[in-house]
Design a protein around this ligand. Sequence first.
Ligand SMILES: Cc1cc2nc3c(=O)[nH]c(=O)nc-3n(C[C@H](O)[C@H](O)[C@H](O)COP(=O)(O)OP(=O)(O)OC[C@H]3O[C@@H](n4cnc5c(N)ncnc54)[C@H](O)[C@@H]3O)c2cc1C
Ligand code: FES
Length: 320
Amino acid sequence: MTSQSTKTATGRGREPPKWRMGPASGAGFPIVDREDFSDATFRLEIDHPVMAKAAQPGQFVIIVTHDHGERIPLTIADYDRVKGTVTLVVQAVGKSTREMQQLCRPGTALYSMVGPMGQPSRIGEAKKVICVGGGLGVAPIFPQARAFKERGAYVISVVGFRNRDLIFWEDKFRECCDELIICTDDGSAGIKGLVTKGIAQAIEQHPDIDEVVAVGPPIMMKACAEATRPHGIKTVVSLNPIMVDGTGMCGGCRVKIGGRIMFACVDGPDFDGHDVDFDDLMNRLRRFKEEEQLALERWTETCRRLDMEPHTTTQDSGRS
Ligand SMILES: Cc1cc2nc3c(=O)[nH]c(=O)nc-3n(C[C@H](O)[C@H](O)[C@H](O)COP(=O)(O)OP(=O)(O)OC[C@H]3O[C@@H](n4cnc5c(N)ncnc54)[C@H](O)[C@@H]3O)c2cc1C
Ligand code: FES
């Protein structure tokens, strides 16, 4: 966690923080497009031809917004090899992702972006699959749904949102899926209920499902794995433990799979959902709650004191 405010030479007042994002030209990773899906979720398109060429479904990047920023793992939600861009969809949940929401605009650039990381999803020979995305998991499931379709599978996507206003990428999913089942908590669109209800509906209509892939909050992935277990359907989930280096060195992303310890950053993030110890994962995700809350409060207070509007960050200089 970093401090963003500095005392002036006299110590009486505060100067705006000297954050440096990468410049839009030269070093850094230029943001070429942004779209806000809701007041918490936004899409960023980043110019990075090499990454766009190398990216595979299921992989992620670790980005740093500015020179005092922390490392944020984010799934590659899409890539365009022709345009040379990579798409990230971010939900502003804490200090660093809210900072991204405030700072990352077209014309600015990410300070750093490392990847593609993790093992690509295994797009096997399944003939009929259900791709499930809940909330934040909706964007990361998209490249997998498309890859299954390109392999010739019959693809049913089940996507869940709290309400109709939060729905995004419906057209993109309709384009690459044979069936799309939308679930909303309040019933304002599609089926009223959780994605498990959508899975149950799909299994009832298609008793020959070969595989289910689920991405979303751990509690949702756990429920998906339990929904498919009685049917004996192979279920793959993408785990999101706290990651630091992303290279298998720090041990931060340790997960328990079938009683064995594995590192999600290098062994995953995809694992067999029926083998994952989700309770251990959820406990580990709560380890730094107090520090995360403190960091968010300090950052909010700094912004309030500086009466900081979005865009007031120093973005004029390079990385060095
Ligand atoms: C492989 C992977 C892919 C991910 N893909 C996406 C994505 O596509 N879009 C997206 O919005 N989010 C994604 N996340 C989660 C994202 O990294 C966290 O929401 C972010 O780091 C939170 O930072 P914060 O400072 O805003 O919030 P904080 O207040 O610091 O944390 C909020 C919560 O986020 C989790 N978190 C915090 N730090 C990390 C960390 N370094 N690594 C992982 N989780 C953390 C914890 O559960 C924590 O309780 C992914 C995480 C992983 C591991
Ligand atoms: S993030 Fe450090 S070992 Fe995986």
